[in-house]
Ligand binder design. Structure first.
Ligand code: HEM
Length: 128
């Protein structure tokens, strides 16, 4: 049972690494990462550490545009609502397995709300 909140960069690294280990093993979305989009993990993971550090601690460590990135991914391979839903389930599970507290809650809320925006903006339209 997780007891500690997310509080350091090391915690973020553990969270992100554990999440993607789960993702890679998932029967619905694993192959999107390992095969379809053939993610370069050495490049992607540090971006995600920076992204989550910024999300939870406002460090200014991330300045990308995830909406635009996923719009492009969607053009290569059409993402579906169920993919986003699974992503959120796996992320939430990972947080709950490892952490407990205010930041852990914030991480889950952020993931859920970004996924909701992505679903609305990316899935519902083809032009905007
Ligand atoms: C269907 C669900 C999703 C899939 C299949 C997916 C897949 C991917 C892939 C393939 C990349 C690019 C990795 C690379 O550099 O090669 C990426 C980047 C990223 N994803 Fe997702 N993703 C999903 C949902 C989400 C959600 C809900 C979030 C919200 C936290 C998120 C956050 C990010 C961020 C921040 C990046 C880095 C974007 C950048 O700066 O370029 N993703 N994702």
């Amino acid at each position: 049972m997780a007891q500690m909140d997310i509080s350091t960069r090391e915690d973020i690294v553990l969270l992100v690494d554990s999440f993607y280990e789960k993702v890679k093993r998932d029967e619905l979305i694993g192959s999107l990462f390992t095969t379809v989009f053939n993610v370069n993990w050495g490049r992607h993971l540090p971006v995600m550490y920076d992204f989550w550090q910024n999300m939870l601690f406002y460090t200014g460590s991330y300045s990308g545009n995830p909406l635009e990135s996923h719009r492009r991914l969607h053009q290569v391979f059409p993402l579906k609502e169920e993919h986003f839903n699974r992503w959120v389930v796996l992320f939430t599970e990972t947080v709950d397995e490892l952490f407990k507290g205010e930041r852990a809650l914030l991480a889950k809320q952020r993931a859920l709300s970004i996924a909701a925006v992505m679903k609305i903006k990316i899935l519902n339209t083809s032009t905007n």
